[in-house]
Design a protein around this ligand. Structure first.
Ligand SMILES: [Zn+2]
Length: 113
């Protein structure tokens, strides 16, 4: 499962941060997931529940911030909302939108004790 490897990566980052801060417990992990990142939130949450067992994040809450897709049309110059990474401009129907935002997949912050 694609989401499982993403979660492993997130847990690695969180545990490294926690250890270098001398923490024993991770309380929460906040991540940013772009709507164009190709990640299923429900699947991500499920994988987190499974993968956190036996880690410092065993009791941690996963906080997901969804970042909406945003693009720029080179033809009409407008910034438009997009929900697909190869979107045609919804304003003029001509340009292939350049993605400005929405492909994010990163750890925003972690809270440790
Ligand atoms: Zn356009």
């Amino acid at each position: 499962m694609h989401e499982m490897s993403i979660v492993s990566g997130i847990l690695d980052i969180a545990e490294n941060e926690a250890r270098s801060a001398g923490a024993r417990v991770i309380n929460s992990v906040e991540i940013e997931v772009g709507q164009l990142a190709g990640v299923e939130i429900l699947s991500l949450e499920f994988c987190f529940e499974v993968a956190r067992r036996g880690t410092l994040a065993e009791q941690a809450e996963l906080v997901i911030h969804e970042i909406p897709g945003l693009g720029h049309c080179p033809d009409c110059g407008r910034d438009v909302e997009v929900d697909y990474f190869m979107a045609v401009c919804p304003a003029c129907g001509q340009g292939l939108v350049e993605i400005l935002q929405g492909k994010e997949l990163r750890v925003r912050s972690i809270n440790v004790d």
